[in-house]
Design a binder for this molecule. Structure first.
Ligand code: SAM
Length: 529
């Protein structure tokens, strides 16, 4: 049992804050090196007459592990979206302790920046390496069916396994801390179980005898082994082996398992140049590199939390945008005075960048079927001071184009897709996608291409793009479209992006392994006069 301090004086002077008061009464238990403190907090947001609910502070438990375990549960149980990067600061830890309190029944000390970095690393890594970790866990639990394990116990084991095997953290500290967490959050027996399994793992790792599969046998067996070793679903391994060959497929999986780097775009619409951004990053001591391809972009590997806290995103001075997305905007080539239709626009990354190119003259019509995402686009356009050249249109593109639709010289269709090019950033996506999704997506992409094409004036341009590296969503969709629409032809993209990104057919393709960017695709199609 950990030491418990109960503090019983309701706070009245600072109604919005959770307060620890050191007045009485105290109740101490036997252990001396730990502190469980009940904190009294308001439940109805500051009313003087509020009820007071005691909250336990458990200072034995490392905050990053408690927060990671709870966040992983929320993600796995569908209560949260694994968006580890939230520009509005939700991912900064401010909301996390409430979830910990409600799920585990106690709070830990607040997260500092180091803890926040660890949470990001552990949650992202544990999700990415899930298949690999689960293979080890079930091997060490005598091939027990881990799907029947208590969800919280499983998450604690995954965290411990990840910390020991992939983060090379000091193993006995990891064992001890995860045992403490299991004991406090579940029961002493769960702590004993975690202790036994993690200790077994430490020995196997030290002896280099981890029970891992060998890549041998027929294609299917090899795919299964690779799927475990590099922690991807078997269907993705088989697909990439078919399209890229085994060696490239392995390189891509290795890339997807590395902590991703990010690009930032300076918002010139707000008079904030890349030089200004660089000055800010220097002041914040965030290491960065200038983009080789785009004037408004810089790359960072670490420091995103620092930038969030500094308020650069909240002020609309810059945003997180991958250069691969920026290059798609280069292919649209927006010019002041033009009218552009962005057919699947939300949450608006490309809309906003296109709008910034217009220098206040012209219009981007941002169409999307999802009203919530479109609302975010509208708010961000205001924040970025491009709302004067952005009009949102809430509609299903396929019905919007019935009758006599608006005709434009430039139309961008950034289609819904598998996202197989962005698996390094979207840690959970590989587990959520299914092979069956591909057929549905391809059908939707064809329908949206047909609809988008009706918006293009004779002589106008249709850019079709995805954040996928799958030829069936990319080249094949364009080929099928051109068969249905003889009035369109390919306009090679070599005038708009560096040659390294241009495919033999004249399309744009970014390759994560080759370009260290997200994987994406675009085709520029021109309607004959
Ligand atoms: C890949 S995302 C677009 C990302 C966006 N272009 C950006 O750069 O931020 C695809 C979007 O297509 C929208 N969408 C899906 N089906 C649609 C439809 N039938 N009509 C209009 N929008 C649709 C989704 O709501 C989603 O926001």
């Amino acid at each position: 049992m950990a030491k418990v301090v109960y503090m019983g004086v309701p706070f009245l002077t600072q109604p919005h804050k959770t307060t620890i008061t050191s007045s009485k009464p105290f109740k101490l238990s036997h252990r001396t090196h730990s502190t469980n403190i009940s904190i009294l907090s308001s439940t109805n947001n500051g009313s003087a007459n509020r009820s007071v609910k005691p909250q336990k502070l458990n200072s034995d438990i490392s905050p990053h592990r408690a927060v990671s375990a709870v966040r992983l549960m929320r993600i796995e149980l569908g209560g949260a979206f694994a968006d580890l990067l939230n520009e509005k600061g939700k991912g900064s830890g401010e909301n996390e302790m409430g979830y910990v309190q409600r799920t585990l029944g106690f709070r830990t000390r607040e997260l500092n920046n180091q803890d926040l970095r660890l949470v990001t690393e552990i949650v992202g890594g544990t999700i990415r390496w899930r298949r690999y970790l689960d293979h080890l866990i079930s091997s060490l639990c005598h091939d027990k069916d881990i799907s029947s394990m208590e969800p919280l116990l499983l998450q604690i084991l995954r965290i411990g396994f990840y910390e020991i095997v992939k983060l090379d953290m000091p193993p006995y500290a990891v064992v001890d801390e995860n045992v403490q967490l299991a004991k406090a959050a579940l029961r002493p027996g769960a702590g004993n179980m975690v202790n036994g399994v993690l200790r077994k793992l430490v020995v196997l790792k030290e002896n280099e005898t981890l029970p891992l599969p060998k890549v041998e046998g027929d294609d299917r067996s090899q795919a299964r082994a690779l799927a475990t070793l590099y922690s991807h679903p078997v269907w993705i391994v088989r697909r990439w082996t078919k399209y890229l060959g085994q060696e490239e497929a392995i390189k891509l999986m290795i890339w997807n398992n590395i902590e991703p780097s990010y690009s930032l775009r300076a918002n010139r619409a707000k008079g904030f140049s890349r030089d200004d951004l660089v000055t800010e990053l220097n002041a914040l001591k965030v290491p960065h590199k200038l983009s080789l391809h785009l004037d408004d972009f810089v790359r960072i590997k670490t420091g995103l939390q620092i930038i969030i806290h500094a308020g650069l995103f909240k002020e609309g001075l810059c945003s997180v945008q991958d250069e691969s997305a920026g290059l798609i905007v280069s292919i649209v080539d927006p010019q002041p005075g033009e009218t552009i239709v962005d057919c699947c626009a939300a949450p608006g990354g490309k809309t906003l960048y296109m709008a910034a190119h217009l220098s206040g003259q012209g219009m981007v019509y941002a169409v999307d079927v999802n009203s919530g995402r479109l609302r975010i686009l509208k708010e961000t356009a205001k924040l970025h001071q491009v709302d004067g050249v952005v009009t949102t249109v809430h509609a299903d593109l396929r019905t919007l184009t019935d009758g006599e639709p608006l005709k434009s010289n430039k139309v961008l269709l950034d289609a819904p897709c598998s996202g197989l090019g962005v698996l390094s950033k979207r840690a959970d996506l590989r587990w959520n996608r299914k092979l069956e999704d591909m057929e549905q997506l391809k059908k939707l992409q064809d329908e949206l291409l047909d609809a988008a094409s009706t918006l293009v004036k004779p002589g106008g341009v249709l850019v079709y793009s995805t954040c996928s590296i799958d030829p069936e969503e990319n080249d094949d969709r364009v080929a099928a479209f051109l068969e249905r629409h003889a009035d369109f032809h390919i306009d090679p993209v070599d005038r708009y992006v560096p040659p390294d990104f241009v495919t033999p057919k004249g399309f744009y393709s970014s390759n994560p392994v080759k370009h260290s960017l997200d994987g994406s695709f675009a085709a520029r199609l021109v309607r004959t006069l």
